[in-house]
Design a protein around this ligand. Sequence first.
Ligand code: GLC
Length: 549
Amino acid sequence: MGDLAGVVGKLPYLAGLGVDGLWLNPFYASPGHDHGYDVADHCAVDPAYGSLEGFDELVATAHGHGIRVILDVVPNHASIAHPWFAAALAAGPGSPQRGRFHFADGQGPDGNEPPNNWRSIFGGPAWTRISEPDGTPGQWYLHTFAAEQPDWNWTHADVPALFERVLSFWLDRGVDGFRVDVAQGLHKLAGLPDHPDAWADEATGDPVNPNAWNQPAVHQVWRSWRRLVEDYTARDGRDRLLIGEVGLTDPAAVADYTRPGELHHTFCFPFAHATFDADTYRHVITTALAHHPDGVAWVANNHDLPRAVTRHTPTPRDRDGDGDGDGEELPAGADPAQIGLARARAAAALMLALPGAVYLYQGEELGLPDVADLPVTVLKDPMYHRSGGTRPGRDGCRVPLPWTTSPDHHHGFSPPATTTPAWLPQPPTWADLAADTQHHTTTSTLNLYRQALALRRTIPDLATTTLTLHTDTPPGLLALSRGTHLTTYTNTTHHPIPTPHPHPGQPILTTHPTPHPTDTIPPNTTVWYHHDTPADAASTADDAVTEAI
Ligand code: GLC
């Protein structure tokens, strides 16, 4: 399954990769119905992952490498194995213990219809009926996600108090911040009225229920959490970070979560969802910078999304290349999988050239694709199971990454003594993507990420907040400058494009695996150029749409 000791063992790899922080998905005591996002004890390490002592060692060792540690905190919902949920079941209707969750009587003569029409994001109703302590059919409880994840009632004073204790517990152990799960959740509209378009939640998996999401009161929570982490900073001078997963589609509503005194960052999901297209990226970048002038947190991959390599792979119906409008026309003989990889590399180099923070997901630095053909018998994701298999779920992006070319011990993922299968099986083709092979291959995706991250640290222009997006570029070419000495081009077409400026500067990074003329951007490629004087900058600087953000 992976464990904390395994993370400690790979900290030198992460330091060599060049990251300066590590966000850990939940490792707390949990029955694991949603990959640990169903937390039974927020202050305990699940024995499958290690111990508190092991966690302390992880923090100390990470800090020794200059890597900060951010934990995942899950405040929208608990686990049915949380002791407060057991207490709620035992205490009966109307009790303060039930008040910590959303329990309600059912509708209909026998109360056997859910209290409202809300749907679970993973599929099915958002309510499950319990048996009362005397065995009779009883009340229902709300769960926005799986039935094993009852939603907390944030208007009950015990709930905010619990989470303040949880944050303090981990801050006292030295963590550097928190990634906040479902940060648009927590509070619900009083009375839990029906959602006029309830099926949309289930059909898309997008959190769109206006009665369950983005209630004004949630911002009070973020203000109180910000005060709490600032108190720690005031004591020892060390920064602490709060970054929210805000799954709202309106960029202005997302921006409300990073108002002064609230969260520091929210993930920029539009970047991850962008198709590989220059105009789309230009729009996404401009919008994100406009709404988050203090810093965007870019992201192209995470544990909930199909991996970028797969997302950017042209779909089978595009492969005929017949230009009949049903998709993308590919060059003759093109391999869609190679196009997906080339685009993922180019998108990563674009992202790593942007101002702000960048969040990488394990294995993206190896160019891993999703594993689309996992046997149904190994699928774990409640999204797959609750949707009756109509939504594939997220297991495909969670397969353990291959450390070694040798298949032994699940490509080095498991300790040598392991005899059981890995929790999700790796495909045989991953031998070619193993970290040890990529380490020795100059043009590998691993070395591309290392190189980009190293340049991000060393080139002063990349440390500024200045970004210039150029507009008079040929179709399919995205050009941007950072500061005065760095210009990057991303070619999102299938044909080479000459750089608009005949002397673009010194190429310092290219995502193309083979040598190419310095004044030409190959298809599906990003190239970074360093130029010595501002005069050398791309000729389009006057047309900047975004300056000095
Ligand atoms: C967040 C997590 C996801 C989890 C869900 C419910 O979206 O990223 O993995 O399933 O919350 O906790």
